[in-house]
Write a protein that binds this ligand. Structure first.
Ligand code: FUB
Length: 330
Protein backbone atom coordinates (compact mmCIF):
# COMPACT_ATOMS: atom_id res chain seq x y z
CA UNK A 1 0.00 0.00 0.00
CA UNK A 2 1.20 3.50 -0.87
CA UNK A 3 0.46 4.70 2.65
CA UNK A 4 2.81 2.12 4.10
CA UNK A 5 5.49 3.30 1.65
CA UNK A 6 5.02 6.89 2.75
CA UNK A 7 5.26 5.88 6.39
CA UNK A 8 8.37 3.83 5.71
CA UNK A 9 9.92 6.76 3.86
CA UNK A 10 9.18 8.97 6.83
CA UNK A 11 10.69 6.42 9.17
CA UNK A 12 13.71 6.12 6.94
CA UNK A 13 14.32 9.85 7.18
CA UNK A 14 17.13 9.80 9.68
CA UNK A 15 18.20 12.89 11.55
CA UNK A 16 21.76 12.96 12.67
CA UNK A 17 21.96 14.90 15.92
CA UNK A 18 25.49 14.99 17.27
CA UNK A 19 26.48 11.36 17.55
CA UNK A 20 22.95 10.12 17.79
CA UNK A 21 20.78 8.98 14.92
CA UNK A 22 17.06 9.40 15.45
CA UNK A 23 14.22 8.42 13.13
CA UNK A 24 11.62 11.05 12.25
CA UNK A 25 8.21 10.23 13.68
CA UNK A 26 5.77 13.03 13.07
CA UNK A 27 2.87 12.32 12.92
CA UNK A 28 3.24 10.05 15.90
CA UNK A 29 3.65 6.36 15.16
CA UNK A 30 1.02 4.39 17.02
CA UNK A 31 2.06 1.06 15.54
CA UNK A 32 -0.93 0.64 13.24
CA UNK A 33 -2.85 2.66 10.69
CA UNK A 34 -5.32 4.15 13.13
CA UNK A 35 -6.44 7.73 12.31
CA UNK A 36 -6.50 9.86 15.44
CA UNK A 37 -7.35 13.49 16.16
CA UNK A 38 -7.82 15.90 19.07
CA UNK A 39 -4.94 14.60 21.23
CA UNK A 40 -5.31 15.43 24.92
CA UNK A 41 -2.04 14.82 26.78
CA UNK A 42 -1.60 14.04 30.48
CA UNK A 43 1.25 12.83 32.65
CA UNK A 44 0.03 10.72 35.54
CA UNK A 45 1.75 9.50 38.70
CA UNK A 46 3.39 6.52 36.97
CA UNK A 47 5.53 9.00 35.02
CA UNK A 48 4.19 8.05 31.59
CA UNK A 49 2.67 10.32 28.99
CA UNK A 50 -0.92 9.42 28.17
CA UNK A 51 -2.62 10.65 25.03
CA UNK A 52 -6.41 10.50 24.90
CA UNK A 53 -7.61 10.94 21.32
CA UNK A 54 -10.70 10.85 19.24
CA UNK A 55 -10.74 8.30 16.44
CA UNK A 56 -11.55 9.01 12.80
CA UNK A 57 -13.07 6.16 10.89
CA UNK A 58 -11.44 5.57 7.52
CA UNK A 59 -12.65 8.21 5.04
CA UNK A 60 -15.16 9.63 7.51
CA UNK A 61 -17.04 12.46 5.84
CA UNK A 62 -18.77 14.50 8.47
CA UNK A 63 -17.11 13.77 11.80
CA UNK A 64 -19.28 10.77 12.54
CA UNK A 65 -17.05 9.22 15.16
CA UNK A 66 -17.71 6.31 17.47
CA UNK A 67 -15.01 5.82 20.10
CA UNK A 68 -11.98 7.26 21.88
CA UNK A 69 -8.51 5.71 22.29
CA UNK A 70 -5.64 6.11 24.73
CA UNK A 71 -1.94 5.67 23.99
CA UNK A 72 0.98 5.80 26.41
CA UNK A 73 4.70 6.39 26.06
CA UNK A 74 7.81 7.05 28.11
CA UNK A 75 9.88 8.58 25.31
CA UNK A 76 7.22 10.04 22.98
CA UNK A 77 8.50 7.80 20.20
CA UNK A 78 7.38 4.34 21.20
CA UNK A 79 3.67 4.29 21.91
CA UNK A 80 1.38 1.60 23.27
CA UNK A 81 -2.20 1.61 22.00
CA UNK A 82 -4.42 0.61 24.92
CA UNK A 83 -7.43 0.44 22.63
CA UNK A 84 -10.79 2.14 22.95
CA UNK A 85 -11.40 3.57 26.42
CA UNK A 86 -15.05 4.32 25.73
CA UNK A 87 -17.47 4.05 22.82
CA UNK A 88 -20.80 5.70 22.05
CA UNK A 89 -22.19 2.13 22.18
CA UNK A 90 -21.61 2.33 25.95
CA UNK A 91 -23.83 5.42 26.27
CA UNK A 92 -27.58 5.48 26.73
CA UNK A 93 -27.92 9.12 25.66
CA UNK A 94 -25.77 9.46 22.53
CA UNK A 95 -24.93 7.35 19.50
CA UNK A 96 -22.46 9.48 17.56
CA UNK A 97 -19.99 12.38 17.56
CA UNK A 98 -17.29 10.92 19.79
CA UNK A 99 -15.36 14.18 19.51
CA UNK A 100 -12.45 15.80 21.33
CA UNK A 101 -12.09 14.40 24.88
CA UNK A 102 -10.05 15.33 27.92
CA UNK A 103 -9.04 13.57 31.14
CA UNK A 104 -8.19 14.37 34.75
CA UNK A 105 -7.04 12.63 37.94
CA UNK A 106 -8.56 13.49 41.31
CA UNK A 107 -8.97 11.72 44.64
CA UNK A 108 -7.67 8.39 43.33
CA UNK A 109 -9.92 8.28 40.25
CA UNK A 110 -9.30 8.96 36.58
CA UNK A 111 -11.96 11.02 34.83
CA UNK A 112 -12.66 11.07 31.12
CA UNK A 113 -14.74 14.01 29.91
CA UNK A 114 -16.13 13.70 26.41
CA UNK A 115 -18.55 15.24 23.93
CA UNK A 116 -21.09 12.98 22.25
CA UNK A 117 -24.43 13.44 20.57
CA UNK A 118 -27.26 12.33 18.38
CA UNK A 119 -29.10 13.39 15.24
CA UNK A 120 -27.92 14.63 11.89
CA UNK A 121 -26.44 17.86 10.62
CA UNK A 122 -28.12 18.95 7.40
CA UNK A 123 -25.53 21.15 5.71
CA UNK A 124 -27.80 21.99 2.77
CA UNK A 125 -30.91 22.84 4.78
CA UNK A 126 -29.58 23.74 8.24
CA UNK A 127 -33.13 24.26 9.51
CA UNK A 128 -33.65 20.52 9.07
CA UNK A 129 -30.68 19.64 11.29
CA UNK A 130 -31.44 17.51 14.31
CA UNK A 131 -27.88 17.30 15.59
CA UNK A 132 -27.35 17.78 19.30
CA UNK A 133 -24.20 17.39 21.41
CA UNK A 134 -23.52 17.39 25.13
CA UNK A 135 -20.74 16.64 27.59
CA UNK A 136 -20.44 13.34 29.45
CA UNK A 137 -18.18 12.23 32.26
CA UNK A 138 -16.78 8.74 32.75
CA UNK A 139 -14.66 7.28 35.55
CA UNK A 140 -12.03 4.56 35.90
CA UNK A 141 -9.57 3.29 38.49
CA UNK A 142 -6.82 3.22 35.88
CA UNK A 143 -5.62 5.72 33.26
CA UNK A 144 -6.30 3.27 30.43
CA UNK A 145 -9.86 2.47 31.47
CA UNK A 146 -12.17 1.05 30.50
CA UNK A 147 -14.09 4.14 31.59
CA UNK A 148 -17.70 3.90 32.68
CA UNK A 149 -20.25 6.64 32.03
CA UNK A 150 -20.57 7.93 35.59
CA UNK A 151 -23.99 9.56 35.54
CA UNK A 152 -25.70 7.86 32.59
CA UNK A 153 -26.60 11.26 31.16
CA UNK A 154 -24.89 14.38 29.88
CA UNK A 155 -23.83 16.95 32.46
CA UNK A 156 -26.53 19.23 30.95
CA UNK A 157 -28.86 19.26 27.93
CA UNK A 158 -28.61 22.99 27.20
CA UNK A 159 -26.45 24.58 25.96
CA UNK A 160 -25.38 22.45 23.01
CA UNK A 161 -21.70 21.87 23.76
CA UNK A 162 -18.58 20.01 22.72
CA UNK A 163 -14.77 20.13 23.09
CA UNK A 164 -14.54 20.07 26.90
CA UNK A 165 -11.33 20.65 28.80
CA UNK A 166 -10.83 20.08 32.51
CA UNK A 167 -8.36 22.07 34.54
CA UNK A 168 -7.68 21.21 38.16
CA UNK A 169 -6.01 24.10 39.92
CA UNK A 170 -3.30 23.77 42.56
CA UNK A 171 -5.96 24.27 45.28
CA UNK A 172 -7.83 21.22 43.89
CA UNK A 173 -10.72 23.19 42.36
CA UNK A 174 -11.88 21.61 39.07
CA UNK A 175 -12.87 23.93 36.23
CA UNK A 176 -14.57 22.97 32.98
CA UNK A 177 -14.26 24.99 29.77
CA UNK A 178 -16.13 24.05 26.60
CA UNK A 179 -17.01 25.18 23.12
CA UNK A 180 -20.76 25.79 23.39
CA UNK A 181 -23.56 27.69 21.74
CA UNK A 182 -23.44 31.15 23.34
CA UNK A 183 -21.15 29.75 26.06
CA UNK A 184 -17.72 30.07 24.45
CA UNK A 185 -15.33 31.86 26.79
CA UNK A 186 -17.31 30.68 29.81
CA UNK A 187 -16.05 28.61 32.74
CA UNK A 188 -17.96 26.51 35.23
CA UNK A 189 -16.62 24.97 38.42
CA UNK A 190 -17.32 21.27 38.94
CA UNK A 191 -18.21 19.51 42.18
CA UNK A 192 -15.35 17.86 44.06
CA UNK A 193 -16.25 14.43 42.59
CA UNK A 194 -16.41 16.00 39.10
CA UNK A 195 -19.84 14.49 38.50
CA UNK A 196 -21.88 17.69 38.39
CA UNK A 197 -21.52 21.39 37.80
CA UNK A 198 -21.34 23.71 40.75
CA UNK A 199 -23.29 26.90 40.18
CA UNK A 200 -23.63 28.78 36.94
CA UNK A 201 -21.39 29.23 33.93
CA UNK A 202 -19.34 32.39 34.34
CA UNK A 203 -18.57 34.53 31.29
CA UNK A 204 -14.85 35.33 31.33
CA UNK A 205 -13.36 38.69 30.46
CA UNK A 206 -11.27 38.01 27.32
CA UNK A 207 -10.01 41.59 26.99
CA UNK A 208 -12.49 42.41 24.23
CA UNK A 209 -11.25 39.82 21.69
CA UNK A 210 -13.55 36.80 21.22
CA UNK A 211 -13.14 35.23 17.79
CA UNK A 212 -14.91 32.04 16.71
CA UNK A 213 -13.20 29.18 18.49
CA UNK A 214 -13.34 25.55 19.55
CA UNK A 215 -11.16 23.15 21.52
CA UNK A 216 -10.01 25.28 24.48
CA UNK A 217 -7.11 24.06 26.64
CA UNK A 218 -6.09 25.54 29.98
CA UNK A 219 -2.82 25.00 31.85
CA UNK A 220 -0.63 26.78 34.37
CA UNK A 221 3.08 27.61 34.14
CA UNK A 222 4.80 29.56 36.92
CA UNK A 223 2.43 32.36 37.95
CA UNK A 224 0.47 32.40 34.65
CA UNK A 225 -2.60 30.55 33.48
CA UNK A 226 -2.89 29.98 29.74
CA UNK A 227 -6.12 29.68 27.75
CA UNK A 228 -5.18 28.28 24.34
CA UNK A 229 -7.52 27.47 21.46
CA UNK A 230 -7.89 26.88 17.73
CA UNK A 231 -8.95 30.38 16.71
CA UNK A 232 -11.51 30.20 13.91
CA UNK A 233 -11.07 26.46 14.52
CA UNK A 234 -7.74 26.54 12.67
CA UNK A 235 -4.76 28.54 13.96
CA UNK A 236 -3.64 28.06 17.56
CA UNK A 237 -3.68 31.20 19.68
CA UNK A 238 -3.66 32.03 23.37
CA UNK A 239 -4.44 34.31 26.27
CA UNK A 240 -2.65 34.68 29.61
CA UNK A 241 -4.04 35.49 33.05
CA UNK A 242 -3.22 35.37 36.75
CA UNK A 243 -6.44 33.41 37.41
CA UNK A 244 -8.20 30.41 35.78
CA UNK A 245 -11.33 32.57 35.54
CA UNK A 246 -9.60 35.50 33.83
CA UNK A 247 -9.48 38.39 33.09
CA UNK A 248 -7.48 37.14 30.10
CA UNK A 249 -5.12 39.04 27.84
CA UNK A 250 -4.90 37.95 24.21
CA UNK A 251 -1.30 37.18 23.16
CA UNK A 252 -1.66 36.05 19.54
CA UNK A 253 -1.11 33.04 17.34
CA UNK A 254 1.57 30.44 18.13
CA UNK A 255 0.80 27.95 15.33
CA UNK A 256 -0.54 29.03 11.94
CA UNK A 257 -3.27 27.17 10.12
CA UNK A 258 -2.55 24.48 7.56
CA UNK A 259 -4.62 23.41 4.55
CA UNK A 260 -7.65 25.42 5.67
CA UNK A 261 -8.47 22.57 8.04
CA UNK A 262 -9.28 22.32 11.72
CA UNK A 263 -6.66 21.81 14.40
CA UNK A 264 -7.02 20.70 18.00
CA UNK A 265 -4.30 20.59 20.59
CA UNK A 266 -3.07 20.14 24.15
CA UNK A 267 0.04 21.36 25.96
CA UNK A 268 1.84 19.56 28.77
CA UNK A 269 5.24 19.49 30.45
CA UNK A 270 6.99 16.12 30.32
CA UNK A 271 10.38 15.35 31.84
CA UNK A 272 11.27 19.05 31.80
CA UNK A 273 10.13 19.73 28.21
CA UNK A 274 6.96 21.51 27.16
CA UNK A 275 5.22 19.62 24.38
CA UNK A 276 2.45 20.70 22.01
CA UNK A 277 0.25 17.87 20.72
CA UNK A 278 -2.00 18.65 17.75
CA UNK A 279 -3.40 16.96 14.68
CA UNK A 280 -2.45 17.25 11.01
CA UNK A 281 -4.48 16.53 7.90
CA UNK A 282 -2.26 14.32 5.76
CA UNK A 283 -2.87 13.07 2.24
CA UNK A 284 -3.74 9.39 2.20
CA UNK A 285 -4.15 8.69 -1.53
CA UNK A 286 -3.97 4.95 -0.92
CA UNK A 287 -7.09 5.06 1.24
CA UNK A 288 -9.48 5.27 -1.69
CA UNK A 289 -11.50 7.95 0.11
CA UNK A 290 -13.60 9.56 -2.60
CA UNK A 291 -14.22 13.04 -1.27
CA UNK A 292 -11.74 13.72 1.47
CA UNK A 293 -8.29 12.38 0.75
CA UNK A 294 -6.63 14.06 3.70
CA UNK A 295 -7.12 12.33 7.03
CA UNK A 296 -6.17 13.36 10.55
CA UNK A 297 -3.17 12.12 12.51
CA UNK A 298 -1.85 13.17 15.93
CA UNK A 299 1.50 14.95 15.94
CA UNK A 300 3.74 16.76 18.43
CA UNK A 301 6.31 19.56 18.62
CA UNK A 302 8.46 21.10 21.32
CA UNK A 303 7.02 24.32 22.75
CA UNK A 304 9.25 27.10 24.04
CA UNK A 305 8.41 30.04 26.28
CA UNK A 306 10.02 33.46 26.35
CA UNK A 307 11.32 34.88 29.63
CA UNK A 308 8.11 36.90 30.08
CA UNK A 309 6.02 33.73 29.77
CA UNK A 310 4.79 34.33 26.22
CA UNK A 311 4.86 31.39 23.80
CA UNK A 312 7.26 31.24 20.86
CA UNK A 313 5.84 30.44 17.43
CA UNK A 314 5.77 26.71 16.67
CA UNK A 315 6.42 25.26 13.21
CA UNK A 316 5.11 21.91 12.05
CA UNK A 317 8.15 19.67 11.51
CA UNK A 318 8.85 16.23 10.10
CA UNK A 319 10.88 15.23 13.14
CA UNK A 320 8.48 16.50 15.81
CA UNK A 321 9.70 15.25 19.17
CA UNK A 322 11.78 12.36 17.77
CA UNK A 323 14.84 13.52 19.66
CA UNK A 324 12.99 13.86 22.97
CA UNK A 325 15.22 11.28 24.73
CA UNK A 326 18.36 13.04 23.62
CA UNK A 327 17.00 16.43 24.64
CA UNK A 328 16.12 15.39 28.18
CA UNK A 329 19.65 14.09 28.72
CA UNK A 330 21.24 17.40 27.75
O1 FUB B 1 -12.80 15.71 16.02
C1 FUB B 1 -14.07 16.31 15.92
C2 FUB B 1 -13.99 17.80 16.08
O2 FUB B 1 -13.12 18.37 15.09
C3 FUB B 1 -13.39 18.27 17.38
O3 FUB B 1 -14.23 18.16 18.46
C4 FUB B 1 -13.01 19.65 17.01
O4 FUB B 1 -12.18 20.28 17.94
C5 FUB B 1 -12.35 19.41 15.67
O5 FUB B 1 -11.05 18.93 15.86
Amino acid sequence: MKDKKIRKTLLALFLVLGNQTVSAKNPLEFGNDIRTADPSAHVWADGKMYLYTSHDEECQQDFWMKDWHVFSSEDLNNWTDHGAVLSVDDLSWADNYAWAPDAAYKNGKYYFVFPAGTGHKDRVNPEKSTKWMGIGIAVSDTPTGPFKDAIGAPLWKEPYANDPTLFIDEDGKPYLYVHAKKYDYHVVELSDDLLSVKGEFQKMDMGGYEPKMEGPWVFKRNEFYYFTMPENNRKLSYYMSKSPRGPWEYKGVFMSEENNANNHHSIVKYKGQWILFYHRWIDTPESGCKLRKRQRHSAAEFLTFNIDGTIQKVKRTMEGVSYFSKRIKE
